[in-house]
Design a protein around this ligand. Structure first.
Ligand code: FES
Length: 84
């Protein structure tokens, strides 16, 4: 099975907008998916500057899919879609 890569943006905008709350993903994903999914932090993904006027931070990338206003629930749902 292909591995799913999750990148949590830890750039300033995303961090202030709540990506710090996504730290619990690390534990959760490890327990739920083990080796199939890797979660890492990332410097600014460059999305906040494109979208700054209607910022939908925090952003998370699940493989190539961009999750806006990311929450733990949204990220888990995206991972499940990728693993299908
Ligand atoms: S700080 Fe997250 S996309 Fe820029």
């Amino acid at each position: 099975m292909a591995k799913v890569n999750v990148k949590v943006c830890l750039g300033t905008t995303c961090f202030v907008m709540g990506s710090s709350n996504l730290q619990e993903l690390l534990d959760l994903v490890q327990k739920k998916y083990g080796e199939d999914v890797s979660v890492s932090g990332s410097p600014c993904l460059g999305l906040c500057s494109i979208d700054w006027e209607f910022s939908k931070a925090p952003y998370v990338k699940v493989n190539d899919e961009i999750i806006k206003e990311a929450t733990v629930e949204k990220v888990i749902a995206a991972i499940d879609r990728e693993l299908k």
